[in-house]
Ligand binder design. Sequence first.
Ligand SMILES: Cc1cc2nc3c(=O)[nH]c(=O)nc-3n(C[C@H](O)[C@H](O)[C@H](O)COP(=O)(O)O)c2cc1C
Length: 184
Amino acid sequence: MDIFQAIKERRTIHSFSPNKVSKEIIERSIDAANYAPCHRLTFPWRFTSLGEKKRELLFQLQLKINFGDDYSITEQKIEKIKSKMFNPSHLLIASQISTNDPVQKLEDYASCACAIQNLSLSLVADGVGCKWSTGRITRHSHTYEIVGINPQDEEIIGFLWVGYGVIPSPITRPTSSLTFREKF
Ligand SMILES: Cc1cc2nc3c(=O)[nH]c(=O)nc-3n(C[C@H](O)[C@H](O)[C@H](O)COP(=O)(O)O)c2cc1C
């Protein structure tokens, strides 16, 4: 696929079908991520693919975060969270290797974002969608325990939901007259 086509076709997928993505496609996307630039060759990104048991634990945590001990929640609301948690073929936890140097931390985050974009574009080229999500659950201490990441070593910077899904309607993008300036 042409690079411009992949860039323009990449969208955040919100609604996934339960069809499975092959290991080969996932591995190709990780390889693409590894070609992202990083200052001082820190290669600060890590991706952790979670199996069903871990996703079940995250589902329970998400229910607790959203509804606490409110036992009056409807089946419909539970089902909505369940499908979000289980429909996507893969859940990859994106994390960034920790550093005490604030400049390196900023630059490493930029590199991680580049890596995630490479990963997403590789998936697009294979006809697969992705969603980068952040929220209370991605920062929650129990998430670190469930995933098995020591928060001293790595910071979770998002969940990457991967799978086949519905492409959302187009959004209005900025034109270059807004985002590009020339000064003489
Ligand atoms: C760092 C980051 C965090 C995001 N977190 C969420 C999220 O929690 N929930 C969500 O629906 N989309 C999330 N998104 C996706 C954006 O909402 C999405 O990129 C934006 O709406 C533009 O749509 P597009 O990706 O289809 O171009 C996130 C994107 C980035 C880069």
